[in-house]
Write a protein that binds this ligand. Sequence first.
Ligand code: NAD
Ligand code: LMR
Length: 332
Amino acid sequence: MLRVAIGLAFRSFSTCSRHSTKVSVLGAGGGIGQPLSLLICSNPLLSNLALYDVKDTRGIACDLSHINTNSRVSLCYSGSEELEECLKDSEIVVIPAGLPRKPGMTRDDLFNTNAEIVQSLAKACAKYCPTAKVAVITNPVNSTVPIVAEVFESAGVYDPRKIFGVCTLDTVRAKKFVADLKGVNATTLHVPVIGGHSGITILPLLSQITPKLSLSSEEICSLTERIQNAGTEVVNAKAGGGSATLSMAYAGALFTDALLRAGKGDPVVECAYVESNITEVKFFSSSLLLGPEGVTEHLGFGTLSAYEEDKLRALLPELDRNITKGLQFGKQ
Ligand code: NAD
Ligand code: LMR
């Protein structure tokens, strides 16, 4: 048995594993796309990594193809005429294509540009790899996931178990911020984060941290706000240079690893933003049991504290507006 040395929580693996999987990254040349492709390419459950971007990714593909993993990195695909070749036989498609925020912008301010990008990529996925699991990173996630769902629905190939908004960065941050505050190990904490992926729609369930930790109400308020505004913290720190890329690549690689492990039959529990009926809004992020076909079971969010119940009530109308905006755009 070997273990990947890059520090990600990839499981130990057998050198004679026979499972093979193709993953495509759309937007592979970007700030997230490049480190994400690097981390995915190191995943032992991968057999083929296909990189796509509207800009030339040949250099990136060549660079990655020199790493001594057992996976094969496909030559780059640039330009929409090459999307078919990239997507063909993909079991997982990860989408970080699109503009990032600058200081002063909300994620919703990205809608006008990114909705079109995601819609066109979703149309290609629905056509060339309709049964793939699609993991959407592009913001505003609260609206881009409904767009993908609507495109798949219109093409007659929608399977709600397989379309995901990646919210893993929220759980990664929640673990790190709690661990830093309380002086505990960030790698062994579990903090569920539910709702959506922007501002008040991000709701960390600090009453459900495991192993159990005691937090004062002031600590709960300040941690909740920090987790909700962590994306803006990075956007402001980068001062016009974009938003989170490295931490997002780490989180995106963790989520891809979860899909890869679930795909080969391991039961995996992960939070993600999917079509859901556990609240009155159509898409919601919560803990999910994942299996080979995607979501096997929605695990809900257990009993909330009074503080969390208030926050949940407050976030639902905003999340619903974001969802409606995405669904309406996706129908076009
Ligand atoms: P970036 O500008 O560095 O990279 C985006 C890449 O997408 C570029 O290489 C660009 O050429 C490519 N692209 C644009 N249109 C395309 C198309 N039609 N097809 C293929 N590729 C296309 O941006 P980034 O920092 O990598 O961020 C990407 C997106 O991820 C942004 O929308 C950002 O807001 C979002 N994001 C989401 C999370 C999350 O937690 N879900 C976290 C961080 C960033
Ligand atoms: C994040 O949470 O870092 C991303 O959604 C990017 C952003 O715009 O904040």
